[in-house]
Structures are given as C-alpha cells and as structure tokens.
Design a protein around this ligand. Structure first.
Ligand code: FES
Length: 225
C-alpha cells in the first residue's frame, strides 16, 4: 500500500499490545543497544500487525512510535515503504504475487491471470467473503524458484497456471497446500538434479572424492613450496 492510499473509514481509535506481545516486544527491544531502540521498529510493527488481523491501523503505528520513543512520521515512513505491512484490512489469505524481473521472465503474468480469474478480484482488492486479498509485490528473494507468490507466511514457487490454481483451490477448500517448489525440487537445487557434490556422504565414492581432493591439495602445496 502506498502512502497515497486512503486509510479505511472505520479505523480503530486505539491499540495496545496484549500481555503476550508486551513480553515479546520487550525481548525484541532488549536485543538493541541503549539509545538504538528505534531499530526494533520493523519487528514491532510485524508483531502489531499479527495481533491486529494482519494489518496496521494508524493507532497501532502511533502506539509503536510511542513505545519506541520515535516521532510517528518515522514509523509511518517504514510502514508505508514495505509491502509486508498492510495499512488496511486484508483477507484471511493474502496472496502476494511477485511480478519483478525474474518472475516476469518466468511467467508471472500467467500466475497473475489465474489469480485474477479464479478470485474475481484485481490487485489491492479483497473478495466479498473476506477470504482472499490479491497484491502485486516486488522481488521476494526467491528468484531462483521463479515465478512465485507468497500467501500469508508461506512461499509457493516454480509456479505454473495449473499449480497456481491448485494452491488457490486448496486454500478455498480449507486444505493446506504444499509450500515451496511446486515441481518437487528440494530448495533451490538445479531443476535437472545435482551437477556437483553428487556423492552420498559416507559412501565409498565420497571417501574416494575426499582422498583425491586431499592429494591434489598436497601436490599443489609441494609445487608452490
Ligand atoms: S523476482 Fe520474483 S522473487 Fe525475485
């Protein structure tokens, strides 16, 4: 949400951390040196957002400013800069599609179209039943597994139109979709499988590879010396 967006009409007039979050906030702030408590602004905004159904009211931002002894404008600057902070209510599932370069080159337009058609909403909108909000976001740091989208705290990567649809269907039906790569690769391994360090730890092949590496290292040392 940009600073230009209007806040919701019926914003709550007050906010305060609950008991549990007061303890968490104190623990977070204690990680920073005396006089540097303002550095805790992002984790505290995140804490406030999680307590407040996934979005930050003006009252919540003012509370954080007061808690950290910061001018409120400094907190607004942070909250309006990062798309991870929502300044108006969002649906139960916040679908954030990355359309930055790597994802775009790898088909994020298709992912966006599926989301639009399936949910019947555009960017910045929430379905009438309050279940889904659709947002366009910049790079989420998972370019190697592009295209991808984030839904609440989970990443869904290596998406195709079909797998995007399946993820949304699962959520709609109360199921828990598989997170991470949707084509089954582990983390960010090459799509075609491992190309180096292919020996299984502890196997004879691995022992042989270790021995050859040691021998090569010793020879190089002798040559250099
Ligand atoms: S460009 Fe989409 S995660 Fe980086």
């Amino acid at each position: 949400m940009s600073a230009a967006d209007k806040p919701p009409a019926n914003e709550p007039s007050s906010f305060a951390f609950n008991e549990d979050n007061l303890k968490k906030a104190a623990a977070i702030v204690s990680k920073y040196p005396e006089g540097r408590q303002a550095s805790a602004v992002m984790p505290l905004l995140d804490l406030a957002q999680r307590q407040h159904d996934g979005w930050l009211s003006r009252a919540a931002m003012d509370y954080i400013a007061d808690y950290l002894g910061m001018p409120p404008i400094r907190v607004y600057e942070v909250a309006t800069f990062y798309t991870m902070f929502n300044l108006k209510p969002v649906g139960r599932h916040h679908v954030q599609v990355c359309t930055n370069l790597a994802c775009w080159l790898r088909g994020s337009d298709d992912v966006v179209n599926v989301c639009r058609n399936k949910l019947g909403i555009g960017f910045g909108e929430t379905t009438a039943d309050g279940e889904f909000t659709l947002s366009e976001v910049e790079c989420l740091g998972a370019c190697v597994n592009a295209p991808m989208m984030q839904i609440n705290d989970d990443y869904y990567e290596d998406l195709s139109p079909e797998t995007t649809e399946a993820v949304l269907d699962d959520l709609r039906n109360g199921k828990t979709p598989k997170t991470g790569s949707q084509i089954g690769r582990c983390s960010s391994e090459p799509v075609g499988g491992l190309t180096s360090l292919t020996e299984v730890a502890g196997s004879p092949e691995a022992a042989k590879a270790t021995k050859s590496a040691k021998t090569a290292g010793r020879r190089k040392k002798e040559d250099d010396g």
